[in-house]
Design a protein around this ligand. Sequence first.
Ligand SMILES: [Zn+2]
Ligand SMILES: [Zn+2]
Length: 447
Amino acid sequence: MGQNLSCRGTNHDHGLFTAVQQGNLQAVTSLLQQDPSLFHQTTLYDRFSPLHIAATNGQIEILSRLLHGSVNPDVLNRQKQTPLMLAAMHGRIACVEKLLEAGANVLMFDTVNGRTCLHYAAYYGHFSCLQAILSSAQSSSVAASWGFVRFVNVRDGKGATPLHLAARQRRPECVHILLDSGALVCASTGRYGYPGSTPLHLAARGGSLDCIRELLAWGADRLQRDSSGQIPYMVAMKHRHGSCASLLNPTSAEPLVWPSPLKFISELNADAKALLEQALMDANKEREKNILKGGGYSLPSPSHSACLDDNISEVSESELCCICFEQVCTIEVQNCGHQMCAQCTLALCCYNKPNPTTASITPPVCPFCRSNISRLMVITKIETHDETDQDNIDTNSSKTNKLRKLRNLNDGGSSSFKGLSSVSFGKLGVRSSGRVADDSIMVKEGN
Ligand SMILES: [Zn+2]
Ligand SMILES: [Zn+2]
């Protein structure tokens, strides 16, 4: 930065900053052609560069033009904020992506609170920006030098990780993706062994039920104490978040915890993961009903199946899960091919409640044949919206249902059954919806 910057005010920027802010590309281009030194002009006091202003205001065309003019993507303002931090703060996803593409460093710390761009995205709850930064960090040199999980758990000047900030600011989506990316659920803001607040303490303070649900479902400890000796329950009470306090009350029923340490759970494909996560949330919400009503009698509700498709009522008995006889089979165990519903699968995996602090857990086995579970897949589903093909599909689907039932009743489905069912699914996939076609690819891969 030139020393003459300090004596130049916004009066001498020839209207550049206003043009950048308003997205006037033509004016910006001609100003920069007249005087290329304007690329490095900053505002007098805060030292915002044109790139900062473009990022803040989401002026993607101008941002691209400036980056194309080889402006340093990591230029700093007075508080050492990068344009990437400001774009993440204001949820300017296109600018975030462009800056990352231009090689912006995700591991820069401002001097306001010692925060990174990841803290900014989490604090302001900009899910897509958070996601973009995480995936860039995963493939960039940061992952190699610093380690990706270390980056996810990076602390600000007060010891807060991005997860702490997302929990405090009531950002359940951000809490979810951070946990999924390896954020430590019980991280404490205290350093060197001193007690501090956990994300659960901060969620209790913020009063977001959804954040508390996410954290508890990831194994957050309700008994951990902060620096003033309080458990999250007491924090929620103090801030008068009654419902949050009920869930955090150590005497309330414990929620199911996502069995993340299990190998086949960490290897789930996106569809199977979504199904099981939904089942976990549904199961926990059922428990919550009793907790929030004071443990009394609660009316039976259809919410258990609310997440599934409308055609559930028309489901024939043969599609029902052979464990609970309530839900439709949606998950297939591999390699044996036995099938059950998402709720039962989850109950099976959560039986030995995995605790992030204990290392080893016994992986569950298939309840039908006792063989080891190596993988969980979503069962291909036949949709019968196409009137003309209805008869054909119905025949086929009843065939596959019979196969499925046979397989579940027989111990260890024979390989010929599996071969047969994957062929028929493959055929159906061709004339059914895209989703079925996708699934048929998975069936092929699985076999
Ligand atoms: Zn079941
Ligand atoms: Zn089995």
